[in-house]
Structures are given as C-alpha cells and as structure tokens.
Design a protein around this ligand. Structure first.
Ligand code: SAH
Length: 467
C-alpha cells in the first residue's frame, strides 16, 4: 500500500484549483460537497465555474495563480490540462508546502482523490492507487447499487442519538446500538420515514433509560486460567468499566489490575472443601449490588460455563429481573493442552474429549469408568487432587493400562506453571512427593511432547523448560 487513506477536514479551509476546463469542473463537483473556501484561478473559465462563482459557491480569479495565492491553502489542484501551467503550479505548491494533486500526473502528485460513493455522512472511498481508474469506477457502481440511499439518513439519526446514549451504562449502551440497527428494516432503507424512525428510537431509548434508573446489570466473565493476556477483548472492555467485581479466590492479580481503581472488588473465595461463603450468599450479594443500579461483574476462573455454577447464578438474576450476559473464557483444559502442545482431539485417536470433575456435591465423583478406561480416551479432570487415588483406582480396576499417559498441570498458563508427565500408575505419587498446592488439572490420555517414549520416572518441567 503506497497511499494512506485519510479523510481531510476541509471545513472553512482554503482550497486552490488552477484551471477552468472540464477536468477542473470534475474536481470542483466533489469539492463543492465540502465546506471549503474554494478559489479557482482561470483566465477563461467554463460556464459552470462562472455560475458557481455567481452563486458564491466559489471565488473565481480570472488570472493565473501565483505563490501568494497558495498561502494558507490546505490543498491545491493543478488541473488546467496545460502541462507548462500545471508544472509551474506544482513547483509553487512544493515551495509553499501545500499538498498537491496534479491531475493526470500521478508521480508529481502528493495525494490522489479516490472514486467515492457518497451517502453523506457515510462515505466509501475507492482507490486503485492510480493503476486502474476504470476498475475503480466499476467497483464504485457495484457499491452504488448495493448501498441503500437511506443509509446516510440512518447514520445521521444515529449521530443525533449519541449524546443521549452516553447517559446509559456501558452494557445498555452496547445493547442500544444493537437494537437501534436491528429496528431498521433493510427493505425500507431507500424510503424510510425519518420522523417515524426517530419516534421508534426515542421510545427505545426512553425504555432503556428507565431500566438504567431502576437496576444495574451482571456480566458473568470467564477470566481464563492464567494472566490477563488470556482474557477476551470483550471481557477486558467490560472489566474496564465495571463498578463492582465479585471474583473467585483463584483470579490472578494481573486480571484484577485491569479493573478501575474506583471499582469495588469483592473476593468470594471458595475452596473445594472449605466453603467460606455459601452459593446462596454469593447470589444475594450479586443481586443486591445490581439492584442498587451497579454494573456488576461476576468474574470466574477459566470459562464460567464449566464447573462454575453459572446456571445457579443466572437463575438468581432471572428471578430478580436483572439484565445479565455471559462472556466465555479459556477453560483450564484448553490452557493446559496448549501448555503441553497437544490437541485435545486427534484424527484416528479420539473423536471426543470429556471434561470431568474429580469431586462433586456428593464427594468423590462417579463417572463412566468403563469408557474412561478404554485406550485412546482423552479426558480433562478438574478438581481431581483430593480424589486422585480414587480416580486412579477406578480406572485401573476397569482395565485402564497402568502406562496410560496422564499429564498433571499445576497453575496452567501462569508464570509458576508446573507440568508432571506421568503414567496412570504414578498419578497419586506426585501429590505425595511434590508440593502441588495450586489449581491443578489432569489430562488423561495425553503426554507432553518429549515424554511419549517412556514413563519410567515422572518428570517435572517448569514453564521455562516447556518454553
Ligand atoms: N471454570 C473453570 C473451572 C473451575 S473448577 C475453568 O473453566 O477452567 C476449578 C478447577 O479448575 C481447579 O480445581 C482446577 O482443577 C481447574 N483449574 C482452574 N484454573 C486452573 C489452572 N490455571 N491450572 C490448572 N487447573 C486449573
């Protein structure tokens, strides 16, 4: 790309056009759409230029342009069609540092004017960088046909709502624009009734403003397994504007740093075995904050929809009539698989993958051990530390091979990540021999890349070594 497309603000700026024939007229047609102060220099101007001058749309000088005329100009067109005259204007423009377009001479020009489709304020500019103007015109007509005439009107109406919409909180604002554009019937775009549409949108806005004054919102955000870099962009944007953030114990500090300093951070630390706060209390806390009109984020490790009690919390929002949304995150299994450079599924190996919990409300969780014990099964086992020996015993009892690979990943995707390449028969030992205190996931049926061959002694690799 040689040319950078930019839109130049010519409001009240001086523009010089040297020339009075058809080429100059063509440039002037486009320039007249702006609010520039246009000065045309020509000893024998075309009648249209004379008319525009009479209508005070331009200032006409019936002489050749000189250097003083260029002072303070934003841009200058050498459009006389006479090579000597145009060359002279080009030299003066260079000397006075005025951006120059020399019509029909690409090399001497500092800018080029694209073909445009004008649906003011929507503007599509098309350029082939001067290589195929006819193609540019073809593209222009294709766009002309497909871009409804009314699109500019819609953009104008949207613009007139911008100030009002700023009064809404971020999530309502986003939703408002979504609803705004979905209220517009594409078939009606060419003959829409501006007053009617404004009325519709005003009703929509008033409705949202009413919601705004009565209740806040809750976004369930997946924080991913590690540092803030694994947050989605959407999660990041919402976290930047949240007023209250209710987060799990295991959320990394780098993620909490994303939150505004004025936001209220509430930790609802729960560990698998010692619940310091009940689910009911978390629901209440969340709902109460939202009912006070706050923009609440419920921040959960990994993906909120995986072993995150999401449904219960969403039910509480529904019951209280609070607006909510879910922002997915990278689940620990995906993070851990990425860390060992293995895919969770593989052609001719496994066409399904299971996400299991080692522990549930009843204690050690029961599963389809027969299926899990089969060769080539891949399963990500969450919350499996306490039940490691139970899981190991069940799998072996149901016929799993003792040398089935199991990779144990502690603190996946964090700077203190540890990876233990094991065989199933070694699974429990790692928790006896090593201090595995962080969140830990097992990938049953998957080995790290450099340990496929042997499972004699389990190896531990730090994040560093994994690279
Ligand atoms: N919603 C989360 C899972 C919550 S259950 C997700 O999608 O990842 C909590 C369990 O997830 C932990 O006990 C552990 O098994 C696993 N886990 C979460 N973060 C982890 C991490 N960074 N490394 C390893 N395991 C993790």
């Amino acid at each position: 790309m040689r040319y950078l497309p930019v839109f130049l603000d010519l409001d009240s700026r001086k523009v010089v056009v040297s020339g009075g024939r058809a080429v100059a007229v063509a440039k002037l047609r486009t320039l007249l759409k702006t609010k520039a102060n246009i000065h045309v220099y020509s000893a024998s101007p075309d009648f249209r230029i004379v008319d525009w001058s009479a209508a005070q749309q331009i200032t006409l000088h019936r002489r050749f342009v000189n250097k003083q005329d260029l002072a303070g100009a934003a841009v200058c067109y050498a459009a006389s069609g006479n090579p000597e005259e145009d060359e002279c204007v080009s030299i003066m423009a260079r000397q006075t540092n005025v951006l120059l377009n020399r019509v029909d001479d690409l090399e001497s020009s500092q800018f080029i004017t694209p073909a445009i489709v004008d649906r003011d304020p929507v503007l599509v500019a098309i350029s082939t960088e001067g290589s195929a103007p006819v193609l540019a015109r073809k593209i222009k007509s294709l766009i002309e046909i497909s871009l409804p005439v009314g699109i500019g009107g819609i953009a104008r109406i949207a613009g007139s709502f911008r100030k009002d919409v700023k009064k809404l909180s971020p999530h309502l604002r986003r939703n408002f624009w979504e609803k705004f554009f979905s209220k517009i019937n594409p078939v009606e775009l060419n003959k829409f009734d501006e007053t009617k549409l404004r009325g519709k949108l005003r009703t929509l806005f008033d409705h949202d403003l009413k919601i705004e004054s009565t209740a806040g919102s809750i976004a369930f955000i997946g924080a991913g397994p590690g540092t803030y870099e694994l947050l989605t962009l959407k999660a990041y944007k919402i976290l930047r504007v949240a007023e209250v953030v209710i987060h799990d114990r295991l959320i990394d500090d780098t993620i909490l740093d994303v939150v505004r300093a004025e936001a209220h951070l509430i930790s609802v630390g729960k560990t698998g075995f010692r619940n310091s706060i009940t689910q009911e209390e978390i629901n209440q806390l969340m709902v109460n904050q939202a009912l006070r009109g706050k923009t609440v984020v419920r921040l959960k490790g990994g993906d909120p929809a995986i072993f995150g009690r999401l449904d219960e919390e969403v039910d509480a929002c529904e019951l209280a009539g609070i607006h909510w949304e879910v922002i997915p995150g990278v689940t620990a299994a995906s993070g851990a698989a990425a860390s060992i450079g293995r895919s969770l599924t593989r052609r001719n190996r496994n066409s399904d993958v299971r996400f299991l919990t080692g522990y549930n409300a009843e204690g050690y969780a029961e599963h389809d051990w027969v299926g899990l014990a089969k060769e080539n099964t891949v399963a990500a086992i969450y919350m499996g530390k306490k039940s490691a020996s139970f899981i190991q015993g069940k799998l072996l009892m149901h016929g799993a091979k003792p040398n089935t690979p199991v990779t144990v990943i502690e603190n996946a995707c964090r700077p203190d990540q540890k990876i233990f390449d094991l065989s199933l028969s070694q699974l429990c030992r790692v928790f006896v021999d090593k201090n595995v205190s962080g969140p830990t996931i097992f990938l049953l049926g998957l080995a790290g890349r450099d340990t496929l061959a042997s499972f004699g002694e389990f190896s531990q690799r730090s994040m560093h070594e994994v690279g």
